[in-house]
Design a binder for this molecule. Structure first.
Ligand SMILES: NC(=O)c1ccc[n+]([C@@H]2O[C@H](COP(=O)([O-])OP(=O)(O)OC[C@H]3O[C@@H](n4cnc5c(N)ncnc54)[C@H](OP(=O)(O)O)[C@@H]3O)[C@@H](O)[C@H]2O)c1
Length: 436
């Protein structure tokens, strides 16, 4: 191989892929370099490859992108004069150097390498065939009690609407009463039935505890719990009331605690139901396939967490949803609990609701992708159809199909470790419930 062809190969394949797939701290100097100055990045890249030897402009761009990716932004800011290993002396640059931050945020090469690892089930869930099932086929749900977290908007609102239309008693568990009331009124006009507001802020363990207590004071049965609410790509700085990463705290810890507090009523309902079951639907995402596990060091606020990008923290939280769904299944299936996770589909994002650049970029696809009504379809099928009682421990994909979550999620050791961590976090807030 000639030297030129060798460098072309290195530039186009090896270095970008290596940088894309590495999420450890060894890339930080290079990423810092790009954030501060392209010349500086170039000098770092030259430690690997002589810049004039990089064969084309596109290879150069690819290389710069690769060095800027990896889903994490290093912190803290280096002070002037500080020397970072492999980076030489720092150069002053305006802190909000948007083009570089955008490159960093969208992590194009990182995304490409992640996509290469998506499973066949993952691809099928991103590009699903037309549905063979419609919510009109749902059975009559008269006498059934259901809770939908985040039911005031998006997929959750569509879920509440269909459940109401089939006569279920539905609790809309939402953090904002004004927004929830607007949704309740709208759904009443459309279905003739009224959802019940339940105040629940999943980003506060105290609020979760209060919400569960309120529900238990009103109801003696709970047939289906839809753990649907989600914090999606907030700024990395955002944390929950107790200082957990906002996405993991809301999507995983809050939902775990809510489910655990409602477990006595779920198990009691299962005992009394004709089919002997009560269901918990954990809304995850195909994004769980873009991470390989859960790093306990990033679940509470701290320097390591701050170095991660918000998309990676989101994917980790969705990986956590699948692990927790499996663990509830392992622990309570024999008592009639049907716990499973799902990917609702890749749907339109409300770009006004979500300030993140990732959502703004994804929003470009809005005209050609389905809305929340389609997103509700899989959870409605799994949560209400008779065949749903066999979904315990499974992972569903759009539309209304059983798929396959990433293998790493189904690791009993990991499930046990995460469960123990979750239990530890809620130990102090746990109310003195006794099973009725
Ligand atoms: N849309 C997609 O393409 C997609 C893809 C894969 C997975 N998902 C998952 O599907 C679920 C629903 O997504 P969506 O598209 O319907 O999102 P959405 O339109 O942004 O709605 C999210 C819902 O969650 C609620 N929520 C957020 N933080 C909360 C908190 N701390 N406490 C209580 N409620 C909270 C929101 O309440 P507020 O109105 O008060 O903010 C809202 O009702 C999420 O779990 C998401 O991760 C969505």
């Amino acid at each position: 191989m000639s030297q030129n062809r060798f460098y072309r190969w290195i530039c186009l394949v090896v270095k970008p892929m290596a940088c894309c797939s590495r999420v450890d701290e060894s890339c930080i100097p290079a990423r810092w370099a790009l954030l501060r100055s392209p010349c500086f990045a170039r000098s770092h890249i030259e430690a690997f490859i002589p810049w004039p030897e990089v064969p084309s402009a596109s290879s150069k761009v690819l290389l710069l992108l690769a060095f800027s990716s990896n889903n994490s932004i290093p912190t803290p800011e280096p002070t002037h004069g500080q020397i970072y290993p492999g980076c030489g002396p720092p150069i002053d640059l305006p802190t909000s150097f948007r083009p570089y931050l955008i490159m960093q945020s969208y992590a194009i090469p990182s995304l490409v390498s992640s996509l290469l690892n998506v499973s066949p089930s993952g691809w099928s869930s991103m590009f699903p065939p037309p549905p063979k099932w419609s919510p009109e086929e749902m059975p009559d749900l008269g006498g059934k009690v259901m809770v939908v977290t985040g039911g005031n908007d998006g997929i959750g609102k569509e879920t509440v609407k269909a459940l109401l239309a089939h006569n279920a008693k539905v609790y809309m568990a939402s953090r904002n009463q004004v927004k929830a009331q607007v949704a309740i009124d709208e759904l009443k006009r459309e279905t003739g039935r009224e959802a019940v507001f339940l105040r629940l802020d999943l980003a506060s363990l105290q609020s979760v505890k209060t919400a569960a207590q309120e529900f238990l004071s009103k109801e003696t049965e709970l047939h289906v719990l839809f753990n649907n609410a989600g914090s999606i790509y907030p700024p990395v700085e955002d944390v929950t009331e107790e200082g957990y990463d906002l996405q993991f705290g809301t999507n995983v810890l809050g939902h775990y605690y809510f489910t655990k507090l409602l477990l006595p009523v779920l198990l009691k309902t299962a005992r009394l139901s004709a089919d002997g079951k009560a269901r918990v639907v954990h809304v995850a995402s195909v994004g769980h396939e873009f991470v390989n596990g859960i790093d306990l060091e990033t679940l509470k606020d701290g320097p390591k967490r701050k170095r991660w990008h918000t998309t990676k923290l989101y994917f980790q939280s969705k990986f956590g949803n699948v692990v927790v769904a499996d663990e509830f299944h392992r622990r309570y299936a024999d008592q009639g609990l049907v716990s499973f996770s799902l990917h609702p589909g890749n749907l339109k994002f409300d770009t006004k609701r979500h300030p993140s650049w990732t959502i703004k970029l994804l929003g470009i696809l809005n005209p050609v992708i389905p809305g929340p009504k389609m997103g509700a379809l899989t959870q409605l099928w799994a949560g209400t159809m008779p065949e749903g009682v066999h979904l315990g421990g499974k992972y569903c994909i759009p539309y209304a199909r059983v798929g396959q979550a990433k293998n790493e999620t189904d690791d009993p050791e990991l499930g046990k470790r995460l469960w123990e961590w979750l239990e530890e976090q809620v130990r102090d807030v746990e109310p003195p419930y006794t099973e009725t």
